[in-house]
Ligand binder design. Structure first.
Ligand code: HEM
Length: 374
């Protein structure tokens, strides 16, 4: 009769017997399942993140002295609610969004505070995150660090219809560059949580012996053979994998000058000559419409903002960034601190169902099992 367990060469569990070896997922699930809630440890981190200070002894004891886990949980969550209502939360949101937007203060007389202040004011008011892409008024508030308060204001940079921070003068000034590509790169990293290339095709094609992974038609972007002065379609260098999307968006930002003022014509330069201004045909052949993604025409910045606000990837990115912040992880596009979509599914569904309310999302992150269990 065969032995109960499979002895393998070196006996039960000998690792050279695949039937015996636990799968990596099992190992990790075991570790995850073994975590236990530690509300005092969670309190310490939550307090530092949400109000920028350590919890008081009274707050620590409130959790520590609670009769049981349910009592500790209730005490902890009550304190999280008090932190979210605390004026110091405004200051923390300013710090968060200055870091996320990679801008702040004043540079060359241009105020780089209004975009972070607008975002922070939405968080404090528990307003919709998507107003960062769609708001038409009040997008240039000021923040008073002495009182931790915001004063609403409209941006005054000659824009007819604003689209959240996409039309913000500070953002467009700070990320000014040839062909406005740095502004497009900023938008992609900030709201889609990944660098270019973006929106890869499942059926890549080959041009000039090189793989093209983009979705836009090959000839929908300018090159030396269809009116452009820069050959973005040069197979060597794989430019089209990135520029197929970038070149369909960049013209929307090209009329902002280097101080973030909207002008009547293209104001960004090229690397082709000292003061050489970019031309519409440098980006796309004549008649090719501006678009966020293939099939999503966006003739102006408000329609770009609306298309992005409807993109599930943008909602997931917002959740991933707050989860990484709560857990003290580095910036997602530079440090590749990736968060699997499955891990944040519940929080993303709640975020979408709430109408993208920021403070509710933050509360969900700081009271989630992944945050309170260690
Ligand atoms: C045929 C190859 C390529 C060509 C001809 C090309 C052309 C250009 C030009 C002319 C600029 C403006 C540079 C400047 O500021 O003077 C630029 C910027 C940029 N390109 Fe490309 N590119 C190519 C490949 C790529 C690839 C493969 C990627 C993505 C991995 C990419 C992503 C970007 C980004 C993000 C910027 C903005 C950089 C910044 O200012 O921060 N490019 N490209």
């Amino acid at each position: 009769m065969a032995p109960a367990c499979d002895p393998g060469v070196d006996g039960p569990g000998d690792n050279n017997d695949p039937d015996d070896r636990p799968t990596p997922a099992d190992e990790w699930n075991k570790k995850l399942d073994a975590r236990k809630p530690d509300y005092n440890a969670a309190l310490r981190i939550a307090s530092l993140r949400l109000i920028g200070e350590l919890p008081t002894m009274t707050q620590i004891n409130l959790v520590a002295n609670a009769a049981d886990d349910a009592g500790k949980k209730a005490a902890y969550e009550g304190l999280v609610d008090s932190f979210l209502a605390d004026p110091r939360f405004s200051r923390q949101m300013m710090v968060y969004f200055r870091d996320l937007f990679r801008m702040g203060g004043t540079v060359n007389t241009v105020d780089l505070e209004t975009a972070p202040a607008f975002a922070a004011s939405l968080a404090v008011a528990n307003d919709s995150y998507m107003k960062l892409l769609t708001a038409t008024t009040g997008t240039c508030p000021t923040f008073n660090a002495a009182t931790n308060t915001f004063t609403a204001a409209n941006c005054a940079n000659n824009v007819t219809t604003h689209a959240g921070v996409l039309t913000n003068p500070g953002m467009n000034a700070h990320f000014t560059s040839n062909f406005a590509f740095r502004r497009v790169d900023w938008v992609q990293r900030t709201f889609n949580c990944q660098k270019f290339p973006a929106d890869l095709s499942e059926t890549p094609e080959t041009y000039g012996g090189k793989l093209y992974t983009g979705k836009f038609p090959w000839l929908s972007v300018a090159g030396k053979t269809n009116g452009g002065r820069v050959d973005f379609r040069r197979p060597v260098g794989g430019g089209m994998s990135c520029h197929n999307v970038m070149n369909h968006i960049a013209p929307l930002f090209a009329n902002f000058n280097e101080t973030g003022q909207m002008t009547a014509a293209i104001a960004v330069k090229t690397p082709l000559g000292a003061n050489d201004l970019a031309r519409a045909t440098d980006f796309l052949p004549a008649g090719e419409p501006f678009a966020y993604r293939l099939g999503q025409a966006t003739p102006d910045l408000p329609s770009l903002g609306t298309a992005m606000a409807a993109d599930p990837e943008v909602a997931r990115c917002a959740v991933k960034r707050f989860v990484n912040w709560a857990q003290g992880k580095e910036e997602i596009t530079t440090a590749l601190t990736l968060v699997p979509d499955t891990v944040i599914q519940t929080q993303t569904e709640a975020f979408v169902a709430s109408g993208f309310k920021i403070k509710d999302l933050i509360r969900g992150v700081f009271t989630s099992d992944d945050f309170v269990k260690f």
